[in-house]
Design a protein around this ligand. Structure first.
Ligand code: SF4
Ligand code: SF4
Length: 383
């Protein structure tokens, strides 16, 4: 006997997708060309056709906690081949943004990122926090002087720690809560649809799956299957590796300071310094390539959310390299000023990590691991 299915559309959700993506969801007539065109869509869980009908019906619970929207790497192949110009790739991109908004709390933070008129506040707020901390503690020295330009004389390491350690802990907590709810919702939805057996997540097996998937994620293997935007793999990898290696560089300098009692500035031929410089250049070059590719792809929907991260990555790299250039040129006022601006971009990157597009690194990794985790316990291939 076939059980009747009750569809309860969330009209606000439909309106939100349409306004965020600028697309008409009614264009899709369910031909499934997109699911056939998508080379990374899996046989047991094809997408994005089903996401298109779920979006048109306003089935929020089947989309926001849906790992399939994160398997998509936004190559645009499906959008190019869609006979109705319904732009399924862009709809999935919008759903990912809505998923980040759903899981990274508080929701008020997202309002800062959905309104370009609030952009100045994303720098005014960090400037106010950094200046207040620096002046209240008395650690910030606005006229460092001396023969050499040493940033620690202007902005000492304890002050950086006082600002960035609590910030990083807060961001980790936001992600922890978001991932916990995301996993719970994915499980609940799959169990309700009969795709997986109900029951708690086997954390050990999930973490093993996550670790085994990491090499493929790091190597951007899925990007190789795309044809429309294949070149994006290089630029995307350049930016991703720059962020990772710059985080490693920061860790290495902390290690040098506390364990080896070694203070900067370091020689340009120091291996860690070389890595920092190469990463800084790769960050600028990768960001510029991504911007060029986005601009060239006029058919792709590019929102403020997408541009914000690219701009942030680009200026983080530029201010970092300029800071060093001014230091080497011994123009102290320019070096210290640029260092402060660079700190603002770094603060912005860390503090707002769960709310910007960069959060997709975390949610996509979790979703891919969850997909592979559930593959072994599928009950039914149908959605
Ligand atoms: S989005 Fe386009 S290709 Fe996909 S099912 Fe709808 S009409 Fe067909
Ligand atoms: S944008 Fe690319 S990866 Fe995403 S669903 Fe379409 S074809 Fe698949």
């Amino acid at each position: 006997m076939t059980l009747p299915v009750l569809i309860e559309p969330d009209l606000d959700f439909i309106a939100q997708i349409s306004s965020d993506s600028g697309l008409n969801l009614k264009k899709c007539y369910q031909c499934a060309t997109c699911s056939v065109a998508c080379t990374i869509s899996h046989d047991d869980r094809p997408f994005p056709r089903k996401e298109m009908i779920h979006a048109a019906w306003g089935l929020k619970d089947r989309l926001i906690a849906n790992p399939d929207i994160w398997l998509c790497h936004n190559c645009g192949d499906c959008s190019t081949l869609c006979p109705r110009d319904a732009r399924p790739g862009d709809v999935l991109n919008t759903l990912r943004k809505m998923s980040i908004k759903e899981y990274s709390k508080p929701a008020a933070m997202h309002r800062l990122f959905n309104d370009r008129r609030k952009l100045p506040w994303l720098f005014i707020l960090p400037a106010m926090i950094i200046m207040t901390m620096g002046l209240v503690t008395g650690l910030m020295n606005l006229s460092p002087g001396g023969d050499r330009i040493v940033f620690a004389h202007f902005f000492p390491v304890p002050l950086i720690e006082m600002i960035f350690i609590p910030l990083s802990l807060g961001v980790t907590l936001v992600f922890f809560q978001g991932i916990r709810r995301f996993l719970k919702d994915m499980q609940a939805t799959d169990a309700r649809l009969g795709k997986t057996a109900p029951g708690p997540l086997d954390l050990k097996r999930f973490l093993i799956t996550l670790i085994t998937q990491l090499p493929a994620i790091i190597k951007h293997e899925q990007f190789s299957f795309c044809s429309e935007n294949k070149g994006r793999k290089i630029s995307h990898m350049m930016v991703a590796f720059s962020f990772t290696s710059l985080a490693f560089v920061a860790g290495a300098f902390v290690f040098a300071l506390y364990v080896l009692n070694s203070h900067g500035p370091y020689d340009q031929i120091n291996p860690v310094k070389i890595l920092a410089n190469v990463s800084g250049i790769a960050l600028i070059a990768g960001s510029l390539l991504l911007i060029r590719e986005r601009r060239a792809n006029a058919r792709q929907t590019n929102g403020y959310f997408d541009w914000y991260l690219l701009g942030l990555a680009l200026f983080l790299g530029i201010t970092g390299m300029l800071t060093q250039t001014f230091r080497l040129a011994e123009i102290s006022w320019a070096a210290y000023s640029m260092y402060f601006i660079h700190l603002l971009f770094a603060f912005n990157l860390v503090a707002f990590l769960p709310y910007t597009k960069l959060a997709h690194l975390v949610y996509r990794t979790v979703a891919i691991a969850y997909y592979h985790y559930t593959k072994k316990e599928k009950l039914s291939p149908h959605s």
